[in-house]
Design a protein around this ligand. Structure first.
Ligand code: AP5
Length: 213
């Protein structure tokens, strides 16, 4: 199973991709998480990506394509993967096709999460992420049992540095300008399914599972 999640920032890609990966036993590949790890480790890529991410702009295509090529070549991705945050531009989509297509390979299944911009702002403002394991919370919709502490690993919950109002506005603009054409590209290939991303997390997950069955 090769699944791609497309959706605006805060639409629930990470939340749903983690669940789906655990249901199917295939890796959740989040380019945002990979970049944040590089930033935390202070690698040359992390140093370059940090300022770009904080501004809400996209990291250059060649960097992202190299990162995904390396990740999908790992043994755990051979039986499938859930991509979250990639591809985000037409160039990335075309490179991904070339990378994963081939005789007998599973077709890409593309899920577009539909969430209006006005809901995004509220979701992102109250999001908290575990600094240790990456688990995602929302102070109203999915609060942790103990304030500021991850239920799963006890790690500290933090707000992301790109969740500022200015960066979120820019991320939304980047989504509409650069990633909507990617959804249209997959729609023209008839690989795209649109999922209503509004409602409780469990309900959205059931819609996703049904669309893949
Ligand atoms: P990335 O990390 O991919 O961020 P994003 O696309 O902006 O998406 P988010 O992680 O903000 O949101 P999400 O859709 O995963 O929502 P979540 O599940 O957390 O990318 C960050 C940056 O990295 C980019 O801006 C760019 O600079 C760079 N980058 C990454 N990939 C790149 C690429 N391919 N090319 C170039 N640059 C790249 O949910 C959000 C909140 O809502 C949470 O609090 C959650 O609990 C809550 N929530 C979830 N579902 C629901 C629901 N159904 N109802 C109510 N609340 C919900």
């Amino acid at each position: 199973m090769k699944v791609i999640f497309i959706g605006p920032p805060g639409s629930g890609k990470g939340t749903q991709a983690k669940r789906l990966a655990s249901r199917f036993g295939i890796p959740h590949v989040s380019t945002g998480d990979m970049l944040r790890e590089a930033v935390a480790e202070g690698t040359p890529l992390g140093l370059k990506a940090d300022a770009i991410m904080k501004s809400g702009a996209l990291v250059p295509d060649d960097v992202m394509i190299g990162m995904i090529r390396e990740r999908l070549a790992k043994p755990d991705a051979k039986k499938g993967f859930i991509l979250d945050g990639f591809p985000r531009t037409l160039v990335q989509a075309e490179k991904l096709d070339a990378l994963v297509s081939g005789n007998g390979s599973d077709p890409l299944r593309v899920l577009r999460l539909l969430v209006p911009d006005e809901s995004i702002v509220k979701r992102i403002a109250l999001r908290r992420t575990c600094a240790q394991c990456g688990a995602i919370y929302h102070l109203e919709n999915q609060p942790p049992a103990v304030d500021g502490v991850c239920d799963r690993c006890g790690g500290k919950l933090i707000a992301r540095t790109d969740d500022t109002e200015g960066a979120v506005r820019k991320r939304l603009e980047a989504f509409h300008r650069q990633t909507t054409p990617v959804a249209d590209y997959y729609k023209s290939k008839k690989w795209l399914k649109e999922i209503d991303g509004i409602g409780p997390v469990d309900q959205v997950f059931e819609r996703i599972a049904k669309s893949l069955s």
